[in-house]
Design a binder for this molecule. Sequence first.
Ligand SMILES: [Zn+2]
Length: 329
Amino acid sequence: MSKKLLFILLVVFIFIVYVLYVNDDVKDSQNNSGPAYDSAFTSLPSPTCTPVPAPTPLPVPSPVMKIEPEELFPGTFFTIYLSNVIDAQMVSVTSGASLGKTKFFNYEDGMVSLVPVDYRSPWGVFDIKASVIGLDGKPYDIINSIKVMEKRFPEQRLIVSKEQQEKRTNNNNLQNDYKQTSQARAQTDSKPLWEGNFVIPLDGPITSEFGLVRFVNGIETGRHSGLDISAVTGTDIKAANSGNIVLAMELIITGKTVIIDHGMNVFSAYSHLDSISVNKGDRVKKEDVIGKVGSTGFSTGPHLHWTVSLGKTFIDPRLLVEKEPLSLN
Ligand SMILES: [Zn+2]
């Protein structure tokens, strides 16, 4: 092959390459602000994948309130379960029902509160409002309702000596005791410390039921806040459930008294003891002995006055013997 022919072939090759690639690049780069090397692929079939749409944010679930049970008697309690919240405030009632102060605690993936209905609460249907902070950080008011059903507590009439009556009705005595017991119940462990159902702390006949309307020497003095269990002086008294001792001292009205914090605002108290065998700050297990039956304070004979409260509001102690505080129906 002659050099001339080789030269011609080389020129033709260069021309073809120019026409196929370089010339296109020049044209494209004139029409396109993008870099020239990208347009080398413009003649290829377009890719088959579909474009991904811009992600739309997932809707934040709204706060939800569940009340259990929705119908109940004075002297009992209901449970509020809140989900999709990061914080919750006091529950308020629009009108009527007397509820104890509520506290919310983190529970599972939401919050929970045990709310007592005072034994003096009027009957009727009442709105329950929870003010919460939702997962989106915004405040919400959630409204639900409860029905407080009609209940008349029986009356109880006691005759006591003038001296006993004076002790019982002395305002200074009442205030002194109330100050001590209020302080003891002001703080609570945020976790449940109880283990299963509560137990009745003493074997013996129940001589006064919860909620009785009490008349002392013919004068109405209030309600009976717990159960009275009769037994001979010196009988062991057991902790109704596990918890922390938050009060162990002699008071004027209730005599030698022990209060246990079971967590989540659940307290039990034991009064008129002959002796106390625990100290404030102790951790007790369910059925540990905490003291002995006596008749100290305002008492007509050896017995245990046993109460259960949510915060400072008393509820029927039998409720927690039948069912532990957080169990659903
Ligand atoms: Zn009593």
